[in-house]
Design a protein around this ligand. Structure first.
Ligand SMILES: Cc1cc2nc3c(=O)[nH]c(=O)nc-3n(C[C@H](O)[C@H](O)[C@H](O)COP(=O)(O)OP(=O)(O)OC[C@H]3O[C@@H](n4cnc5c(N)ncnc54)[C@H](O)[C@@H]3O)c2cc1C
Length: 245
């Protein structure tokens, strides 16, 4: 997408805070010029240097800043992320005026299984921050299953573990796909790709498939595999692919 600034379509958003998790993963907070309405699970479109990309929003609509969780795609493949990685607090990006996306919580289901890879956890964080507080959520179950190569890539594990501890209807589980590497030496949780452990976890959780929606977000390979695995089941499936394989 080449940016062609048209009045009424874009606004500026200022970078107010940046938190580097690893060399190629960071969170950033943007303060848009105008109020930015969105539903938890939706994405915003930001741009710099004439390049625009979509980013799922991790913050709740109740917060006054837009929080994003971003992974660097190094050059020469990556276009916008190398530019975003260089931004400093006080710099600005463009932001499309409207949020988009249909990857939002489906309230008609009792059980919500949220599967994500690394930055794919962002929409679930937004959903949990917003919907968990609502009274109609008390009779729903939320299970977040996040996968990453390394234990330092989960991004929101502390926040989600806290929700798991303090709410009977929230479960957070995480799995590393490269358990034998030194960087994962202290890992004691699940091992393997989330798409490979999902069916076993579903058996263990014992949810009624017809009352359960499985969301999958992030890596297209993970999403395709989960989709195939659930194809002939009574689980409902909803996906958000961050890029094409
Ligand atoms: C609805 C939606 C929501 C998204 N939300 C997020 C988000 O919350 N956080 C986030 O980091 N990204 C997210 N993305 C991906 C984002 O839009 C960019 O594609 C990504 O940041 C890379 O941008 P780029 O310009 O550097 O590289 P691009 O020019 O977009 O991509 C270059 C190449 O890398 C591939 N690629 C893109 N992303 C990745 C990746 N993460 N890992 C490996 N290969 C990749 C592409 O297929 C392409 O071949 C989302 C995408 C969509 C469609």
């Amino acid at each position: 997408m080449t940016l062609n600034v048209v009045k009424g379509k874009f606004m500026w958003a200022k970078l107010t805070k940046k938190e580097q998790l690893t060399e190629d993963l960071w969170k950033m907070w943007l303060k848009p010029e105008e109020k930015f309405d969105f539903k938890p699970g939706q994405y915003c479109t930001i741009g710099s240097g004439g390049i625009e990309r979509a980013y799922s929003i991790a913050s709740s609509p109740d917060e006054d800043q837009i929080e994003l969780f971003i992974e660097l795609v190094p050059p020469p493949d990556g276009n916008l992320t190398p530019l975003l990685n260089e931004l400093n607090v006080g710099d600005t990006v463009t932001m499309r005026l409207r949020a988009k996306g249909i990857f939002v919580l489906k309230p008609e289901f009792k059980n919500h299984v949220m599967v994500g890879t690394v930055t794919g956890v962002a929409p679930y964080v937004s959903m949990m921050r917003k919907h968990l507080k609502e009274s109609e959520s008390s009779d729903k179950n939320f299970i977040i299953l996040e996968g990453a190569s390394y234990l330092d890539e989960f991004g929101y594990d502390e926040e989600l573990m806290l929700l798991d501890k303090s709410n009977n209807n929230v479960t957070f589980e995480a799995s590393v796909s490269r358990p034998d590497e030194e960087r994962n030496d202290s890992w004691t949780g699940y091992k393997g790709r989330v798409n490979n452990i999902l069916l076993d976890r579903l058996d263990e959780w014992g949810l009624n498939p017809s009352e359960t929606i499985v969301y999958a977000c992030g890596h297209p390979g993970m999403i395709e595999d989960v989709k195939e695995k659930l194809e002939n089941s009574d689980y409902t499936f909803l996906e958000e692919r961050f890029w094409k394989d």
